[in-house]
Design a protein around this ligand. Structure first.
Ligand SMILES: Cc1cc2nc3c(=O)[nH]c(=O)nc-3n(C[C@H](O)[C@H](O)[C@H](O)COP(=O)(O)O)c2cc1C
Length: 161
């Protein structure tokens, strides 16, 4: 059984998840996805989907068992995580089998909050902006140890073969 972990992480959140996976399967890791039986595909969320870089990678994978993982700024809504997972899974060739998925919230750059705050100054009545600022604050601590532990436990229950 060989495992390959492919991911894109700009600010390190998704890398934290990738490191949990790499540690779990340290003895099975290969660098080339073509040699792997199982490919873990991870991405940060860019405009509601995998990053462009990971979209390209995902579309190339054939005949593998695939586990999809990622982080996103918008948290606290399991349905959103499901939607992100389904969009990522839809990138895959039909010859692959999806064996699992995991998403959690990931902190965003401070510039995002600054943009919300200046927009709120222009539109103080905008409740959506207030909610976005609250979500930004909540995201700051993620991925947290519980997010990583939940992934680790999910992997413990995962059948690779
Ligand atoms: C340009 C840009 C677009 C983003 N788009 C979304 C999005 O559509 N939905 C979302 O929930 N988070 C979005 N985010 C937040 C990131 O996906 C999130 O902070 C992620 O954890 C970053 O992962 P990384 O540290 O692995 O790069 C966006 C961030 C940036 C910089």
């Amino acid at each position: 059984m060989k495992v390959c972990v492919l991911y894109d992480s700009v600010t390190g959140n998704t890398r934290m998840l990738a490191e949990v996976i790499e540690k779990k399967y340290a003895a099975l890791l290969v660098e080339n996805p073509a040699e792997a039986d199982v490919v873990f595909l991870g991405s940060w969320t860019d405009k509601g989907s995998f990053s462009e870089k990971m979209k390209e990678q995902a579309e190339k994978i054939q005949g593998k068992k695939v586990f999809i993982f990622g982080t996103c700024g918008f948290g606290g809504n399991p349905e959103y995580y499901e939607r992100l997972f389904e969009r990522a899974a839809a990138l895959l060739d039909e010859s692959n089998t999806v064996i699992g998925h995991y998403y959690c919230q990931g902190k965003m750059p401070m510039a995002v909050k600054e943009r919300y705050v200046s927009m709120l100054r222009e539109h103080p009545e905008d409740k959506k902006l207030e909610a976005s600022i609250q979500n930004f604050e909540e995201a700051l601590s993620h991925p947290d140890p519980e997010d990583l532990e939940r992934l680790s436990e999910l992997l413990d229950g995962l059948e690779l073969d």
